[in-house]
Design a protein around this ligand. Sequence first.
Ligand code: NDP
Length: 274
Amino acid sequence: MTLRYAIIGNPVAHSKSPEIHAAFAAQTGIDLRYDRLLAPPDGFRAAVEEFRAHGGRGANVTLPFKLDAFAYATEVSNRAHDAGAVNTLTFDSTRVFGDNTDGVGLVKDMRDNLKCAIAGTRILMVGAGGAARGVIGPLLAEGPAVIAVANRTFSKAEEIVQRYRPVGNIIVIALADLLGHQFDIVINATAASLENDLPVIPRRAFAEGSLAYDMMYGKGLTPFLALGRQAGASVADGLGMLVEQAAESFLIWHGIRPNTETVYRQLRLFAPLN
Ligand code: NDP
């Protein structure tokens, strides 16, 4: 029987998750179908219930629904609990298990694929939505010197910092106060690049030899990455993170961690960075 999975979001048309899960399925011989589901902004729960009623076994969740997915789950993993956000749901007849694979995906991409050491670095995280929540715990576990969180809506950055303060050295900073501070890794965890927009970051925030990492993927050199490149930083988009977090979701659903390298290379052919 073909197993049914989906990615639920708004927007969702840009998502590459269906192609990735299809490639993993071909690699591992698992019979599955993986669709894109566009849910209205206030219609997450209804969309999931309908999908489950039609035999859905699990779902990935993207913006803006990761907090709704957390609320919907009846049980969550420790990492999803810490984040207060869920990107992977697994259904059985009565229970909904929520997990968060974004952090593993980002850390694996930075540390193992990009060979970027995280320990001891100064990290600036711009954005405080579901994606930022999911990655901060696993980043702190790598032992950076500090993570500074900045966001357009300051209160949301404050909330994340309060959540993670017991775990490591994390501070909140206003976007307007970034001038005069430098970082080794600057992560754009905002949705700004979706609209070709740019969070307000001074060029001098990028320290010499720094990495500019945009979680967005498939948009080429986004305004954020262009700024990082102008500032002398090396640049990376979120394609590697996407493939790694998908592999972790695949592991949760099917008990096998697929090979990510070939899938990443295939996708990169159609999504060059410059
Ligand atoms: P959310 O909707 O939960 O959060 C959006 C965040 O972006 C908020 O911090 C919001 O600020 C900020 N924002 C939106 N528009 C702008 C703008 N024009 N200028 C400045 N800030 C802005 O989204 P997610 O956290 O789920 O996703 C964020 C991004 O990360 C998306 O681009 C998504 O595609 C990407 N992503 C990539 C993944 C990957 O595997 N590569 C995995 C997960 C996410 P405010 O609070 O003020 O509204």
